[in-house]
Write a protein that binds this ligand. Structure first.
Ligand code: PLP
Length: 514
């Protein structure tokens, strides 16, 4: 991220016969919520105030009367501003050494500050400041794999952090911490976004899958078909309800379940199939839906990586009997802790899932089924509701980054970029390239050496996990999944990555290969 610059901003002023009113609102004028207002008066004419810098504090300075000169600098640049009227405000981001000088005798400077007074935020020694600033610049050249902290930075996401803080605060103040209006409002909005009739908030993605299986009446003695390449939760959900996961190998290019092989895996005990829209790419659902209908199988989408993805113009979450979503913080729609949801357009299923996730109870202290405690809480719901409003834009940005990678990494010998089927509108939860000839680890280390974070989704296929050693699966049984686990590398791709960060990754990957 490039360093934020100090700048002047026009203060909104209303001129009326009865006087002039200057207004600074926390947003949009300011870009940050403020915790402290203070003012400087009676500074001796021509005097200067002690110089210092702040590590995190942001300020907005307005000269209400008289005039003052503000000098700012860091290890690379100097700036000087003269404030002599109340219709301009100086925004000082964190990380600038400042000196206020040349106060006129009648000068009054008002300051809005983003934090309360905190001595540990100050740097009062100029040489220490220069050292600190240089270190920040080195770090800021890195491209983190997942820049979650940027979602609380006003410069990256505008008023979102302020809205999130305010809405969480209002849940805290309400004294109501399970269920309630926020949860209902999010469920309604999320169902709408998925074009499903119902959404039921649950505690996490694993339990969303588990509840779908329970609602379909699946348990011991039953088999459930899942892809051999997925996050472990898909398999664990099946195991947790007492059923057997049956693996089907995936397509070599998309890494999605190979729909053509599903029919061969069906036995008289098969009760359901769980397609996983892995990496944010929808599975070919029409083929599967026909098969599931003919063979009487429940069709449960694992949509934990596919919030907003579309298959032939229809959103994931509306493509099967039920769909499980996770709102783990790094997902395309992420909470500030664990959270999940089930979507369905079957009212009976919706009611049953809600009952099963609430201790098997519809009426308090009456338990009609052996349920779970798996509920969405209102703090997560209020965060998710606000973030949901941004999801379409964020997914659009992910698509733009993916297109940048596709173009920038095209034609490299030994690297395959992701393949997208014509009917898919993916949301790029992960941008996974495949690195041939055993060079994945070398590329990952090469990128790490250049400050670029990567990840591997996933290094070990389900059938090679030690938790499943009792299952009679063997090495080599699902060769495509095994090859993908050995070759896949996920590059940084987040809506809050800047274009030039993506370019830096492209540059680095290209320089590894050529
Ligand atoms: C994240 C994820 C899950 C599980 O979600 P949690 O909320 O972490 O329990 C399930 N399936 C897939 C494909 C996932 O990516």
């Amino acid at each position: 991220m490039s360093k934020e610059l100090p700048h002047l901003q026009t203060v909104r002023t209303l001129h009326r016969p009865e006087g002039t009113l200057g207004v600074v609102e926390s947003f949009p004028d300011l870009g940050f919520g403020f915790d402290r207002f203070y003012f400087l008066t009676n500074v001796p004419e021509g005097a200067s105030r002690g110089a210092h810098a702040h590590k995190k504090l942001r300020q907005c300075l307005i000269c209400l009367s008289g005039s003052v000169v503000i000098d700012l600098c860091d290890s690379e640049q100097r700036y000087s501003f003269e404030l002599s009227s109340h219709d301009q405000a100086l925004i000082i981001p964190p990380g600038y050494w400042r000196d206020l000088r040349n106060f006129s005798g009648n000068c009054v400077v008002g300051v809005l500050a983003s934090k309360l007074y905190d001595e540990t935020d100050y740097i009062r020694d100029f040489d220490m400041f220069l050292e600190w600033d240089r270190q920040c610049r080195v770090v800021s050249d890195d491209v983190p794999f997942c820049p979650l902290d940027r979602y609380m930075e006003p410069r990256s996401v505008g008023r979102l952090p302020r809205d999130l803080r305010a809405s969480v605060q209002s849940v805290l103040d309400s004294g109501y911490y399970i269920g309630g209006a926020e949860v209902a409002a999010f469920e309604e909005a999320f169902a709408g976004a998925c074009r499903a009739d119902h959404a039921i908030g649950v505690a996490n993605g694993l339990e969303a899958l588990q509840l779908c299986l329970m609602a379909a009446g699946i348990g011991p003695g039953d088999e459930v078909i899942i892809p051999a390449h997925t996050f472990i939760a898909t398999a664990l959900a099946v195991t947790q309800v007492g059923a057997e996961p049956v693996l089907v190998d995936v397509e070599g290019d998309t890494a999605l379940i190979d729909v053509a092989r599903v029919a061969d895996a069906i036995t008289p005990r098969t009760r359901a199939v769980i397609p996983v829209h892995l990496y944010g790419q929808p599975v070919d659902m029409d083929g599967l839906a026909g098969l599931a209908a003919r063979r009487g199988l429940a069709l449960i989408e694992d949509a934990a990586q596919a919030h907003g993805a579309e298959y032939k113009g229809r959103p994931c979450g509306s493509l099967g009997d039920m769909a499980a979503f996770s709102f783990y913080p790094t997902k395309n729609l992420g909470a500030v802790g664990d959270a999940g949801a089930v979507t369905t357009s079957d009212p009976a299923r919706a009611e049953r899932i809600r009952m099963l996730g609430n201790y098997g109870s519809k009426i308090r202290y009456q338990h009609e089924a052996l349920g779970l405690n798996s509920r969405l809480d209102p703090i997560q719901a209020t965060v998710l509701l606000r973030k949901l409003a941004e999801l379409a834009d964020w997914n659009e940005r992910r698509r733009a980054h993916a297109a940048r990678y596709d173009a920038g990494l095209d034609g490299l010998d030994g690297l395959a970029t992701p393949v997208v089927r014509p009917w898919a509108t993916p949301v790029w939860h992960v941008y996974a390239v495949q690195v041939r000839e055993g060079r994945r680890q070398a590329l990952q280390e090469y990128l790490r050496g250049r400050g670029i974070g990567t990840n591997i989704h996933y290094p070990t296929p389900v059938h090679r996990q030690s938790c499943y050693r009792a299952q009679d699966w063997s090495a080599g049984q699902f060769p495509v999944a095994e090859r993908i686990c050995a070759e896949t590398l996920s590059l940084p791709l987040d809506p809050l990555h800047a274009d030039d960060e993506i370019d830096r990754v492209i540059e680095a990957v290209r320089s590894f290969f050529v």
